[in-house]
Design a protein. Structure first.
Ligand code: ATP
Ligand code: MG
Length: 567
């Protein structure tokens, strides 16, 4: 319980807490109105059935004299219209309250999803590569919404609790013996429901989260491997997987929804039983005179009419919280982990990059790179070669500051690269990766990639990447690339990646097998363009084809984690 509120607290900002306090006051106001709603009808009915009350009862008399009524029926008509006005206002206030409640909860959704997204974007790269994107998508879309519904339930419980307390006090005031009987019956039932129904619902909630993850996984993996699926003979295996994932998910939904409605049914049965038992009790005790206690009976009937739904809503809210508990866990965990705390300190690169005794491994104790020492002068053209899996891309990722060395370090003009200056270093690098992912948009948008749009610059870099002429035959800069660049050839995609890297005119250009998908002729053209362009730049290339790197001054071979100088 304490843990629950602690986790919830992490999700709330200071301003959220302030708003919550206003909401609490609002809910007190609403519960008073609700209690009045069930009790004011009584005096009205009383005076209608016995108009002599106007003279005999001091409260009626006071109002009668205050407004100077001429006769009793004027008084009753006035009373009636006041009540109508009250009930209209009650609805209006309730609507406003629901609006405030939902607004609070739904804005939480937007803010939570935003904070989650912000956290994911701030994750260190090493952490990110170990994450499953289906899980992240699920958290952003579903779990954040589930936590929102948990919030809503919590607020609902609070309001209903207040309503219950007010009505319960009224019950106690009217007749405490009957109230005690009602209390015991309700408490016993609540305990039974919490022990059985709520417990099952919580378990289903945990299962729901797992099943939903499956579901996303099947969707993502099959849509991303569509071509492979087309080529497989047994394409029904994937259909079966999807069938099972959705079916299991639906099953959990069915059980939960049914169980969720159980408390309502149980409490409805109890309310009727209680009212009928009360009548039997009155008849038994007062025999013929039972009808004179109809006032007492009606207070309880009306009271229970509002009280029981409150009990039900509280249990409903409680069950929902149990169901969404796993979501709270997930969102809480994803919000508290460390994001990269990187500073804005400038790094200058005037003369030398020096790698000193660098070792690195993805898993502790298993080094992929061992004691690497290396110097790259500004303006050097350097190449890394080596077998597949030898650690070239890893070394490049270290060089461009995505990973931190496990020991040793990288020095730029004698400044050690660390959290405080890594951002500025990453900014200096134009990186062209081994595999390119283009998003579904135009060529221009993919080149600009969240930076400032400059048409002239786009044209310039596309020309350098030897893509401009091809685009002229299509729709120019506005040619659509398709999701993942599916409408382009592998080489065209790589050229967009090259244009993207050149867009910022970086000091250092890093190509990780960036031209491997190109034919010899195009590669030669692009490489010579890149060599020309990078006359004053530092160029770091990973390549398999020797022709790509023949103009490099230094060539290193990565072999079993060790670096050997070849040229
Ligand atoms: P290629 O020429 O095929 O691109 P490479 O030399 O670039 O190969 P790397 O990608 O650096 O090789 O991988 C080096 C080793 O590190 C491989 O054995 C690979 O399995 C492992 N590896 C790469 N990324 C991770 C990761 N995120 N977690 C654990 N191991 C990894
Ligand atoms: Mg590689």
């Amino acid at each position: 319980m304490k843990l629950f509120f602690k986790k919830l607290n992490v999700l709330l900002t200071r301003r959220d807490r302030q708003v919550l306090i206003y909401l609490l006051f609002f809910s007190i106001f609403i519960s008073i109105i609700e209690t009045l709603g069930v009790s004011v009808i009584m005096p009205f009915l009383a005076v209608v059935s016995d108009s002599s009350l106007v003279e005999n009862n001091k409260y009626y008399k006071y109002v009668y004299d205050f407004f100077e009524f001429k006769n009793n029926s004027d008084f009753i008509i006035f009373f009636g219209f006041t009540l109508i006005l009250f009930y209209i206002l009650r609805s209006v206030f309730n609507m406003l309250y629901i609006y405030a409640l939902v607004t609070f909860a739904q804005t939480r959704y937007h803010l939570l999803a935003f904070r989650l997204f912000e956290n994911y974007m701030g994750m260190p790269y090493k952490k990110f590569v170990n994450k499953n994107s289906s899980m992240l998508t699920k958290s952003l879309i579903n779990e954040a919404a589930n936590v929102t519904s948990l919030f809503q339930s919590l607020l609902q419980i609070f309001t209903e609790l207040l309503v219950m307390i007010f009505i319960y006090s009224m019950f106690l005031y009217v007749n405490y013996e009957i109230t005690m009987v009602i209390t015991i019956v309700i408490i016993i039932n609540t305990i039974i429901i919490v022990k059985t129904v709520s417990k099952t619902i919580k378990k289903k909630g945990i299962k729901r989260s797992g099943l939903q993850a499956n579901y996303y996984e099947v969707i993502n993996s099959s849509l991303a491997n569509f071509k492979m699926i087309k080529l497989q003979i047994q394409d029904n295996i994937i259909l079966e997987k999807f069938h099972k994932a959705t079916k299991d998910y639906a099953q959990v939904g069915i059980i939960t929804a049914t169980l969720k409605s159980a408390p309502k049914m149980i409490f409805e049965a109890i309310s009727f039983s209680l009212v009928i038992s009360l009548v039997i009790y009155l008849v038994y005790k007062y025999e013929d005179d039972a009808s004179s206690h109809i006032g007492l009976l009606s207070i309880f009937v009306l009271g229970l009419y509002r009280f029981m739904p409150s009990v039900n809503k509280i249990l409903d809210g409680y069950n929902n919280i149990m169901y969404q508990y796993k979501a709270l866990d997930i969102v809480h965990n994803d919000l508290i982990y460390d994001i990269e705390d990187i500073g804005n300190k400038k790094v200058n690169f005037e003369s030398l990059i020096k790698i000193k005794n660098l070792s690195f491994g993805y898993i502790e104790g298993q080094n992929i790179l061992q004691d690497i020492n290396l110097e790259i002068n500004k303006g050097d053209k350097v190449a890394f070669i080596g077998e597949s899996g030898s650690g070239k891309s890893t070394l490049i990722d270290l060089l461009i500051g995505l990973y931190k060395p496990c020991s040793g370090g990288i020095f730029v003009d004698d400044n050690l690269l660390c959290d405080s200056n890594i951002k500025s270093w990453r900014n200096k690098v134009g990186y062209i990766p081994q595999s390119v992912y283009l998003f579904d948009g135009t060529v221009a948008e993919n080149v600009v990639f969240n930076r400032k749009y400059d048409e002239q610059k786009i044209t310039e870099v596309l020309k350098k990447a030897k893509l401009y002429d091809f685009l002229q035959e299509k729709e120019g800069l506005l040619t659509v690339v398709g999701e993942g660049g599916i409408l382009l050839s592998g080489g065209q995609k790589q050229r967009i990646a090259i244009a993207r890297a050149l867009y910022d005119n970086p000091d250092i250009l890093v190509l990780d097998e960036a031209t491997s998908a190109l034919d010899d002729e195009t590669e030669k053209e692009i490489m010579s363009e890149i060599y020309e362009m990078s006359e004053n730049k530092t160029l770091i290339i990973v390549a398999h084809r020797l022709s790509t790197i023949e103009r490099c001054e230094k060539i290193f071979r990565v072999e079993k984690g060790i670096l050997k100088c070849e040229k």
